[in-house]
Design a protein. Structure first.
Length: 204
């Protein structure tokens, strides 16, 4: 009798469990929230970032958010910027900025020239937006950071750097080059990825 009673209790427990499992699986699952991104979305709607500073890109906004204590990656900031701004509005604000500050803007970039002996020359230049004047030009086979810094010293003697300097995201323009320009007082404005039109004066 004892064995039969024990077996019956085990079967009852298994039957009860089988009835409970589908009920548990049917419960709605709510994934954990991502408060950091939610806070960023709220701050992105703040006109201080989105409207009053149209020239701020993802790196600048990312830095400001880190100062405020928001833990978020630069790639996430870029993604939300792309979602929150229509391409038409973004391009219009950028063109307005270029028009209003053309006398205080310069741009720099590289282009390459293949030679008859299958060498590649890197041509570095700096051009002013106001009169489309070529401020500096030089050629090298090895565009190192030290070489670029020397070219910038020759382009802007006596620390007469422009207020804004437009450049792309080439790795050659980071590190020592960026630090030198910021020390001279220029605000670096890096163009967005795959957007050469933002540096149209230099790209032409």
């Amino acid at each position: 009798m004892g064995k039969r009673a024990g077996g019956r209790e085990a079967e009852d427990r298994r039957g009860l469990a089988s009835r409970r499992v589908p009920w548990v699986l049917a419960l709605p699952f709510t994934p954990p929230s991502r408060p950091t991104q939610d806070r960023y979305c709220a701050s992105q709607r703040d006109p201080v970032y989105a409207e009053e500073n149209p020239t701020w890109g993802a790196p600048r906004i990312h830095g400001e958010l880190l100062k405020l204590g928001f833990e978020i990656s630069e790639s996430t900031v870029s993604r939300y910027l792309a979602q929150g701004t229509s391409p038409r509005d973004s391009s219009q604000r950028w063109l307005t900025f270029l028009k209003n500050h053309c006398e205080a803007i310069a741009a720099m970039d590289f282009f390459t020239v293949p030679t008859a002996t299958f060498r590649v020359l890197y041509c570095f230049f700096v051009i002013g937006h106001g009169r489309r004047k070529l401020l500096h030009f030089n050629v090298t086979e090895h565009p190192t950071s030290a070489w670029i810094v020397q070219q910038l010293r020759e382009a802007f003697p006596e620390h007469r750097t422009p207020q804004y300097l437009i450049l792309d995201r080439d790795s050659k323009f980071k590190g020592e080059v960026a630090a030198m320009l910021e020390d001279l007082g220029s605000e670096l404005i890096r163009t967005a990825y795959h957007s050469p039109w933002q540096n149209g004066v230099a790209e032409r």
